[in-house]
Design a protein around this ligand. Structure first.
Ligand code: HEC
Length: 162
């Protein structure tokens, strides 16, 4: 082959390889993402849902919000148990809040106030056996992203122990 091609071909091959590595990650990589979040030291998310991050009053009014806006399609139990845990534990409340606000109610996404979305979220936490606290959960996405859904409190967990 001409000398110039000998020079260009390896380059082209390198470009193709680089291009391939930019394809979307395979499905199993996406599934692994929550586990990566799980391994973050507590300082990175600050608190977990075991630290009393919502009030009983919020969860109680959240039950009414759920009954009025969600129960036509969901049973409360649908958002508890192994499938729900598998999907959401290790992620942040910000992730769950953003998802619900963006997608739910399925027939009218984004139609509720942020406070009502947070009340529904508090109700889901209560359904998952998370303890209540004295300070209401804020309808603030930045704050919610610093609280991890988990079955262990941040204060008693040490980085790398799980
Ligand atoms: C009109 C029917 C409908 C209503 C009302 C509705 N949802 Fe959904 N919801 C669905 C469907 C269908 C899915 C499955 C995912 C999809 O199709 O987007 C879903 C999925 C979800 C999920 C994810 C389930 C999982 O296991 O991860 C959550 C959480 C959720 N809904 C919460 C709510 C909340 C909270 C409300 C009330 C504010 C609500 N939904 C109202 C139909 C509905």
């Amino acid at each position: 082959m001409p000398a110039c091609l000998r020079f260009v071909l390896p380059f082209a091959a390198a470009l193709i390889v680089a291009g391939v590595s930019e394809l979307p990650p395979p499905a199993h990589a996406a599934a692994a993402a929550p586990r990566m979040t799980r391994r973050l030291p507590p300082a990175d998310t600050g608190r977990t849902t075991m630290d009393g991050v919502y009030t009983l009053a919020q969860a109680t009014s959240g039950r009414n919000v759920f009954a009025a806006n969600c129960q036509s399609c969901h049973t409360p139990a649908q958002h508890t148990g192994p499938p729900f845990r598998h999907k959401w534990f290790g992620r942040t409340l910000g992730d769950l809040f953003a998802y619900i606000r963006r997608e739910m109610p399925k027939n009218e996404p984004g139609s509720m106030s942020d406070d009502d979305y947070v009340r529904a979220l508090a109700y889901l936490l209560r359904m998952n056996g998370m303890p209540t606290g004295s300070v209401p959960l804020a309808a603030d996405i930045a704050v919610l992203h610093r609280i991890r859904l988990d079955s262990v409190p941040a204060v008693s967990s040490t980085p790398g122990s799980r």
